[in-house]
Ligand binder design. Structure first.
Ligand code: PLP
Length: 408
């Protein structure tokens, strides 16, 4: 059982309102425990059991739970305006956009409320630019094998998960998924028809696959040659998770657009589309919008998160501790004989298991370690970026036991 980094409040364990699980749409396979409190990288359930969290709320809680700086930023933001809509200017969103632009390739930023929404926005913006440069025929979006870009209509068409797609056909048109290799992309990209290619520098849901820097550079070159935009989806791998502020920095390439979400506002819903001035210049007032996007409360909190995950000391910690974590995972794989392959970078790792990954996740949870899968046979490790070697080592010991308790 994990030990807590700081004592959790008694109130947290007190019974809450009666559960009404039947009122929720049953689209999630939720674990049975009800989470009520957290500190550092530890979560506690309503029965008082604590768990080391290697999921970070699926790559959201970069600063862990109960972070003092994040709480202070939230309280300060709550004293100001929460929402006024995009009918008016507000300073926090303007400041956040300026900082995101200053710290990335981008010149302009559009704010929305989730990852899928950010990618939908990026698709629209790419099409607008492509229409301006090649007419209506130039509208197709190309994604690659293993991709996950969201579950709204446009993004579902770019997400390589047959189980998610099939029940909702026909999917949005003009969006296709092709093999993740250069020859296929060379054949698929047509300067007359293609508006954009979208890639995750590290595919998350698709099995934690780190795209080769050389592949990313080659796609960048190819898209530039053919007059096609490159969209990088850094919703899961961006904002410090790979040890750089943005995943593309590892390859030394710059996209035309990039999407962010998950950790951006510390657990509040927020997404962003970042783009160059060239791309932005195709967009006119009224072309896109969002009631809540970039509101003052969420933007003020996101500014705090951005400053924290931009801190070179945190990025160095993620790089060095992440490398160590990968080595430990490799050793665990050799030691237990239950893991076929280990992949990853920074605080984003995957381990392919012989048995179904869901069974391992269940046993790890029973032992006090929270994991998420990335496909049927891949365990995914996404600990908060503030996790220490000691905490990660404690989690790996629980994982060792959970793996060995399965079939040999
Ligand atoms: N893109 C990537 C790479 C993701 O990992 C996800 C979510 O897992 C999304 C897009 C969709 O984000 P959201 O669930 O916020 O819509």
């Amino acid at each position: 059982m994990a030990t807590l980094a700081r004592p959790l409040t008694d109130a947290a364990a007190a019974p809450t309102a009666p559960a009404m699980p039947d009122a929720l749409l049953p689209v999630y396979r939720r674990a049975p425990m009800e989470m009520v409190d957290g500190a550092g990288i530890t979560l506690r359930d309503a029965d008082g059991r604590s768990y080391l969290d290697f999921t970070s709320g699926i790559a959201v809680n970069a600063l862990g739970y109960g972070d003092a700086g994040l709480r202070a930023a939230l309280h300060a933001a709550a004293d100001g305006l929460l929402h006024v809509s995009n009918l008016f200017r507000t300073a926090p969103g303007e400041r956040l956009a300026a900082k995101l632009a200053a710290r990335s390739f981008a010149d302009r930023v559009f704010f929305c409320n989730s990852g899928a929404e950010a990618n939908e926005g990026a698709f629209k913006i790419a099409r607008r630019w492509a229409r301006a440069h090649g007419g209506a025929a130039k509208h197709e979006i190309i994604a690659v094998r293993g991709s996950f870009h969201g579950r709204l209509f446009g993004t579902l068409a770019a997400t390589d998960r047959p189980g998610y797609r099939t029940p909702f056909r026909p999917l949005a048109g003009g969006i296709s998924v092709v093999e993740r290799d250069l020859d296929t992309l060379r054949a698929a990209i047509d300067a007359e028809r293609t508006a954009a290619v979208i890639l995750e520098p590290v595919q998350g849901e698709g099995g934690v696959r780190v795209l080769e820097p050389a592949f990313l550079r080659a796609v960048r070159e190819l898209t530039r040659e053919r007059g096609v935009l490159l969209i990088l989806d850094e919703i899961q791998c961006g904002l410090g998770r790979t040890g750089r502020l943005f995943g593309y920095e590892h390859a030394g390439v710059e996209p035309d657009l990039m999407t962010l979400a998950k950790p951006l506002a510390g657990g509040l819903p927020m997404g962003a589309v970042l783009m160059t001035e060239d791309v932005a210049s195709a967009m006119q007032a009224g072309d896109h919008g969002s009631t809540f996007g970039g509101g003052p409360f969420v933007a003020a909190v996101a500014e705090h998160v951005l400053d924290r995950v931009s801190d070179p000391a945190l990025l160095q910690h993620v790089t060095e501790t992440g490398r160590w974590f990968g080595e430990q995972l490799q050793k665990l794989a050799m030691r237990t004989g239950r893991v076929r392959a280990v992949r990853g970078v920074g605080f984003m790792w995957g381990a392919d298991t012989h048995e179904g990954a869901g069974a391992v996740v269940g046993r790890a949870r029973d032992a006090g370690l929270l994991l998420v899968t990335a496909g049927d046979h891949t365990l995914r490790f996404l600990p908060p970026l503030v996790a220490t070697r000691e905490e990660l080592g404690a989690g790996l010991e629980l994982l060792d036991g959970a793996l060995r308790a399965g079939p040999g």
